[in-house]
Write a protein that binds this ligand. Structure first.
Ligand code: EPU
Length: 429
């Protein structure tokens, strides 16, 4: 079993380079199957979710060539399968993007139900509603989603809930539907815009991405393209919170400051100083962390994927902070039990957590309940007295590239260790 050992108390200083956005990469890589030919994708993050997607692409018949650490060539000329097997699909959420992409490429897809972080119930009804509106026949049978369309036709789709995944999946299929598709009540996250830009670079005609309404003129074919993925908003936000939580100063490079505004705003309210430059941002933690209230909402609201990290910081704030989860139905506060092991004073009631600031946290054995929960454990550990042992770090490695090296370079005391399975300091509570 692999774990992180983090010794708290160090002040961080220096620069951190942000990689490509996970949630854009996990849409853009499947979308390459829609063009017959060789796409070159740059600024690809070095994370395990990406490695799984490249494995799926290979199994479908694509040829993968790493041109450098963060650039991959994907030749989809010889795609010869429309099936994503269970063993790979179950490992990540984004495996279901192959439904939209394969419908677009070959009018048929058979994809096992996806995996991903356990954030409570994660329905896919809005994805299926969108495919059906385009004329696809969709059935779910024995854990496999089957989608087939002899001819997809543009349609007017109003989503019942704002969903990142449904917006991405249906947008991919609609690019190849005949006629015009109007998608209303869509997600507006930066990765939606990035996927639309990538598809447009391949010859699609998508307008309005980043607003509530997306309009798509279907096209007969897409051509391969070379594309660079946007920087990861959440990776950047996580390091911003680390600087603020540890009273340190970090220059976070290769970011789009506009994508970070909701996070910047909350950090300033909590007493940190934030300086924005063209493609970097400096965060300097204040002497004390002030209490704040945070409500996680779809973009442009405060990102739900930053909710655990900011809560970890607020454990040591002066006063009481209230955190409200406005995207996920419960489930996203499971990590608070782990923070309590370190001395945090948090009570959760449904979609709300009340965090009474304490003067110190103490290192303890904890686990990463999911990807962002794992990032929250690292933040708490960096600010705690003593050593924290974090289990289940495979969740963290799904979405944070080279996190040990990046943190070590700015002065954190963090190491990855391998211990025999079952050798855990953590006691059930
Ligand atoms: N929802 C439905 N029906 C659907 C789809 C979603 O009711 O068909 C509901 C969900 O239950 C949830 C809300 O709509 O309450 C939003 O879910 P959404 O579909 O937007 O989430 P997702 O696409 O499954 C992506 C990210 C998540 C991020 C959310 C919200 C990827 C691969 N995942 O998930 O990222 O939390 O959007 O921004 O893009 C992470 O990176 O740690 C992560 C979990």
């Amino acid at each position: 079993m692999e774990k992180f050992l983090v010794k708290g108390g160090n002040t961080l200083s220096g620069e951190i380079n942000i990689g490509g956005a996970k949630n854009a990469a996990v849409a853009i890589l499947p979308a390459t199957v829609m063009a017959r030919g060789r796409c070159v994708i740059e600024n690809v993050p070095d994370i395990s979710d990406v490695r799984v997607l490249l494995d799926i692409l290979s199994q479908l018949g694509a040829k993968i060539e790493m041109l450098s650490n963060d650039t991959v060539a994907i030749d989809t000329t010889d795609i010869n399968s429309n099936e994503v097997p269970y063993e790979l699909a179950k490992m990540i959420r984004a495996s279901y993007y192959f439904i939209g992409a394969l419908l677009g490429r070959c009018s048929e897809a058979h994809v096992s139900m996806p995996g991903g972080c356990n954030l409570g119930v994660r329905p896919i009804d809005q994805h299926l509603k969108g495919f059906q509106a385009l004329g696809a026949e969709v059935t779910v049978d024995g854990g496999i989603i089957h989608a087939k369309a002899d001819r997809m036709l543009g349609s007017h789709i109003h989503f019942d809930v704002v969903s990142v995944g449904a917006t991405i999946n249906v947008m991919m299929a609609a690019v190849r539907a005949h006629g015009i598709t109007i998608m209303e009540n869509v997600a507006k996250e930066p990765h939606i815009v990035d996927l639309a830009n990538f598809l447009n670079s391949m010859g699609a005609d998508i307008r309005g991405a980043g607003t509530d309404v997306i309009k798509i003129h279907g096209v007969d074919m897409l051509r391969p393209s070379t594309y660079s993925i946007i920087p990861d908003q959440i990776e950047a936000g996580t390091y911003m919170v680390m600087a603020a939580a540890t009273g340190s100063s970090l220059l976070i490079k290769n970011v789009i400051p506009k994508h970070l505004e909701a996070i910047t705003d909350k950090l300033i309210s909590s007493g940190a100083e934030v300086e924005e430059f063209d493609d970097s941002i400096r965060v300097t933690g204040g002497k004390v962390i002030k209490k704040i209230n945070v409500k996680a909402m779809p973009h442009p609201g405060f990102p739900t994927d930053m909710q655990p990290q900011i809560t970890a910081m607020l454990c040591r704030a002066e006063g009481t902070s209230i955190i409200t989860e406005g995207v996920w139905e419960g489930g996203r506060f499971r990590y608070t039990d782990e923070l309590k092991r370190m001395g945090a004073n948090i009570s959760v009631d449904g979609k709300m957590a009340v965090v009474e600031g304490v003067s110190k946290l103490t290192g303890a054995p904890v686990r990463a309940a999911d990807l962002r929960a794992g990032a929250a454990m690292i933040i708490a550990a960096l600010t705690a007295e003593g050593t924290t042992e974090i289990e289940d770090i495979h969740y963290i490695e799904r979405g944070y590239e080279n996190i040990v090296a990046k943190l070590t370079a700015v002065g954190a005391d963090i190491q990855k260790i391998i211990v025999p399975d079952g050798d855990s300091m953590r006691q059930a509570q």
